[in-house]
Write a protein that binds this ligand. Structure first.
Ligand code: AMP
Length: 283
C-alpha cells in the first residue's frame, strides 16, 4: 500500500492512475478502523481497483472540543488493517495540509432543513464542518465513486447534498454500504473503544430500541412508539438525545405514515459520557 501525506503527491499518483483509464474510488474515514470501515474498503476495491482511503480526524466537525481531544488514534493498527484488506493507497494528511489557511474563516453550505433535525439539531455546526473537510478531500481526490456507511445515514444525505452544491452530481456517484454490527447488534463505531465493560453491556440497547420500532411500526401511532423506544433506552441506563422516525428519501421526521413510503428509525443516545448513533430501515 502506498501512503501519501501531501495532497500534491496523491494528486500526481491519481493522475497516473486516471491516465491508465482507471476510475477512482474513495473511502474517507477518521481512522480507529474497524470491520465497518473495512467493509467500505472491500466494496470499494471490488468496484474500483484504484481505491483511496483517507484517515483524517477533522477538527472542524467536532462541536465539542473534548470529543475531539478524546477521539481514538490507532494509526499503526489502521495501516495494518488497510494492507490486509487490499487497500492500495492511503491519504494521511496533517491538519495543516488539509487547512493550510487555518479554519477561522468558514464557508457556509446551504444544507436546508436536513441540517436542523436530529444530528444537526443536537450537534450545531457539525455538518458544516463535515462539508468543509469533504469539499477539500473531494477536490483533492476527485473520485468517480464515494463510499459512505449507512451507519451515518444523515451524513450520507448531507454529503450527497454537498456533491450537488459542488456541481459534481454527475461526476461523483455516492454508494451507501450497510451497517456492520457486532453479534449483539451494536453498530461498530470507533467510539465503542471508549466504552468500559459495563457500558459495553448497555450499549446494544440502541439496536434493541430500533428493532422495537421495526417490530411495532404497523401496530402503534408514532409518538407512542417513539416514547416506548426511548423508555426502553432509559430502562437500560442510556440517555437518548432523540428517537426519531423519518422518511428515507429526505430524512424528514414524520408522525404519520401511509404504510408505503420507505422509513427509517434513528437514535442518538449517551452511555454515560459516550454518545452513540444508529439507524435501521423499518420497512
Ligand atoms: P468515521 O471514521 O466514523 O468517520 O467513518 C468513516 C466511514 O465509515 C463513514 O462513511 C461511516 O458511515 C462508515 N462507517 C462507520 N461505522 C460503520 C459501520 N459500523 N458499518 C459500515 N460503515 C461504517
Amino acid at each position: 500500500m502506498v501512503l501519501f501525506k501531501k495532497a500534491i503527491d496523491l494528486h500526481n499518483y491519481l493522475v497516473s492512475r486516471r491516465n491508465n483509464g482507471e476510475r477512482i474510488g474513495f473511502v474517507p474515514t477518521m481512522g480507529a478502523l474497524h470491520s465497518g470501515h473495512i467493509s467500505l474498503i472491500k466494496n470499494c476495491v471490488r468496484q474500483n481497483p484504484a481505491t483511496i482511503c483517507s484517515i483524517f480526524v477533522n477538527p472542524t466537525q467536532f462541536n465539542d472540543p473534548k470529543d475531539y481531544a478524546k477521539y481514538p488514534l490507532t494509526v499503526e493498527k489502521d495501516i495494518a488493517m488497510l494492507k490486509a484488506s487490499g487497500c492500495p493507497a492511503l491519504f494521511l494528511p496533517s491538519v495543516e495540509e488539509v487547512y493550510p489557511e487555518g479554519f477561522s474563516v468558514r464557508p457556509y453550505y446551504d444544507l436546508g432543513r436536513l441540517e436542523t433535525v436530529m444530528e444537526g439539531k443536537f450537534r450545531p455546526g457539525h455538518f458544516q464542518g463535515v462539508c468543509m473537510v469533504m469539499e477539500k478531500l473531494l477536490k483533492i481526490v476527485q473520485p468517480n465513486r464515494l463510499f459512505l456507511g449507512q451507519k451515518d445515514l444523515q451524513q450520507c444525505m448531507i454529503i450527497s447534498r454537498l456533491v450537488e452544491l459542488m456541481g459534481e452530481k454527475d461526476a461523483i456517484e455516492v454508494v451507501i454500504i450497510p451497517t456492520v454490527r457486532e453479534t449483539d447488534g451494536l453498530a461498530m463505531s470507533s467510539r465503542n473503544m471508549r466504552l468500559n465493560p459495563d457500558q459495553r453491556i448497555k450499549a446494544p440497547a440502541i439496536f434493541e430500541a430500533l428493532r422495537l420500532l421495526q417490530r411495532e411500526i404497523v401496530h402503534r401511532k408514532f409518538p407512542a412508539l417513539k416514547k416506548k423506544a426511548a423508555e426502553l433506552l432509559q430502562s437500560k441506563g442510556l440517555k437518548p438525545d432523540y428517537v426519531e422516525i423519518a422518511r428515507v428519501a429526505d430524512l424528514e421526521p414524520i408522525e404519520h405514515w401511509d404504510g408505503q413510503e420507505k422509513i427509517a428509525g434513528l437514535v442518538a443516545a449517551w452511555v454515560d459520557d459516550v454518545r452513540l448513533i444508529d439507524n435501521l430501515y423499518l420497512n
